[in-house]
Each structure stands twice: as structure tokens, then as C-alpha cells.
Design a binder for this molecule. Structure first.
Ligand SMILES: [Zn+2]
Length: 145
């Protein structure tokens, strides 16, 4: 799922649940959401770099605006929970930047068990998953307001 939807989901969990309980559930929510059909490319192979970078730039811009909006409302625990919900994806940035050199190299590397689970649950990544992301994001945003 997108950065924005992970942030929204973790924030909603913090709105509904006390902080100590919300954080591990926010982390777990990442893998549940990644198991749903969502934006990406089949088998994780980026076939349209323009679309990928365009969606990523828009996604991180919207996510940053939402974080700013929550901070402005002093909902700090919601932001923390949202970032925890997003945190498993940090491993992809590390791999994409440092191992794959921005997509120039494709390396079938060994990964840890959590990363392997993370990779396996994302079997329904498709470019049309963007529609699902939009509907889901608007629904969660409405519940968060
Ligand atoms: Zn993920």
C-alpha cells in the first residue's frame, strides 16, 4: 500500500485505541494492507518508471500534508502510530537505493524472514490497485476526521 494509506491506517488505530495497544497493531496492519490488492507492479517488477515515480511523488506529498495536518491538530500519537504502520517499507528504500542502485541492478538477494514475509504478502500489487488505494484512503480519511 501507499505511504499515505499506511499513515492514515496507523493514525486511525491510534484514534480508536490507546497508544501502547495501537503501536503493535499499526505495525501488523502494514502486512494486512499489503496483502490486499494495491498499487504496484506484478511480481514487484517496475515496468513503468514514469508511472511509478509519479505515483510515489504524489503519494509522499499527500502523506506529508496529512502528517502536517495531524501535527497542526496536536495529534502526535496518531503521527507516531502512522509512521510505525509505514515503517516496514523502509527496508524497500534501503534495498532500492543501496542494493539495486535506483533500479539499475536487479539482485536476487537473501533477505531476513520478516522481509520475505513482507515480499510474499504483496502478491496482488497491480497498477490498477491505485483505484483500491484511492477508495480505501478516502474512507479511512473520512473516519479519521
Ligand atoms: Zn509494505
Amino acid at each position: 500500500m501507499t505511504f499515505t494509506n499506511h499513515i492514515l491506517s496507523g493514525s486511525l488505530l491510534a484514534k480508536l485505541l490507546p497508544l501502547p495497544i495501537a503501536l503493535p497493531l499499526a505495525f501488523a496492519s502494514h502486512f494486512v494492507l499489503d496483502a490486499l490488492p494495491h498499487f504496484g507492479f506484478k511480481a514487484g517488477k517496475i515496468t513503468n518508471l514514469k508511472l511509478f515515480y509519479g505515483v510515489e511523488a504524489l503519494d509522499f506529498s499527500i502523506g506529508a500534508v496529512i502528517i502536517g495536518w495531524l501535527l497542526n491538530r496536536h495529534e502526535y500519537t496518531w503521527v507516531i502510530s502512522g509512521l510505525v504502520a509505514f515503517s516496514p517499507d523502509l527496508v524497500w528504500f534501503y534495498r532500492y537505493i543501496f542494493k539495486e542502485k535506483f533500479g539499475k541492478l536487479h539482485i536476487d538477494y537473501q533477505a531476513g524472514w520478516l522481509t520475505m514475509i513482507h515480499k510474499r504478502v504483496q502478491r496482488y500489487e497491480r497498477y490498477w490497485g491505485l483505484v483500491i488505494e484511492l477508495v480505501y484512503g478516502l474512507l479511512v480519511f473520512t473516519l479519521l476526521r
